[in-house]
Design a binder for this molecule. Structure first.
Ligand SMILES: [Zn+2]
Length: 206
């Protein structure tokens, strides 16, 4: 059984982070999806097609780690498997957030297979990073409407480097995660700051 108090708390957290990301322009036009772990078998995730600027707990539903729907009559995001793959492979992940920002979309179409991020103070937002002298080769995957296939490619990259804090999908957006909704939200903020720095640098330096 799912603890109803925990479900309510996680739903409220996801709704709040959805409204926050919408207000920052990172979740336009019902795009993106947000999830949080409930226990070792279940996840709370946004219902497909809900507007994140008006998100409340009624826009959050429950699926199990195999993708079975526990909230009758509701359809989860089409990208649910990209969330579930992360929860299945890493028990320390408590939340997964996926945004569709302008900077993630533009950069992911320009940079090829990886976006190099290095020597930014804000990279200390990630767990275990204590210095700005840090390099991250953020993977960029080709967009794919076959979500199981895309999840397989992401999983392969995570097997090669389990410390990856996120990834981009070309022309599409950013995935990142954390131990809690607040941790994942901090990672989104750090990534979006970095992506904006990178687009601005390219614009100013031609
Ligand atoms: Zn998406």
């Amino acid at each position: 059984m799912i603890n109803p108090t925990l479900l309510q708390r996680r739903s409220d957290e996801l709704a709040e982070v959805g409204r926050f990301c919408f207000s920052r322009g990172w979740l336009p036009a019902t795009s993106g999806n947000l999830s949080a772990r409930l226990d070792d078998r279940h996840v709370a995730i946004t219902v497909s097609g809900r507007h994140k600027g008006e998100l409340d707990a009624s826009g959050i539903m429950v699926v199990d780690l195999d993708g079975r729907v526990l909230s009758e009559g509701l359809r989860p995001s089409a990208e649910t498997e990209l969330h579930l793959m992360l929860y299945r492979r890493d028990p320390s992940i408590g939340a997964v957030l996926h945004t569709h920002s302008v900077h993630a979309t533009v950069l992911s179409r320009l940079v090829g297979d990886t976006l190099e991020l290095a020597d930014y103070e804000v990279m200390k937002a990630w767990p275990g990073v204590a210095t700005h002298a840090t390099r991250l080769a953020l993977p960029v995957f080709a967009n794919d409407q076959e979500i199981g296939r895309l999840a397989g490619r992401v999983e392969q990259a995570l097997r090669a480097d389990p410390s990856l804090p996120g990834y981009l999908i070309a022309g599409h957006g950013l995935y990142t995660w954390g131990a809690s909704v607040m941790d994942a939200r901090r990672h989104i903020e750090a990534f979006e700051f970095l992506l904006e720095c990178e687009t601005l640098t390219r614009r100013m330096t031609g």
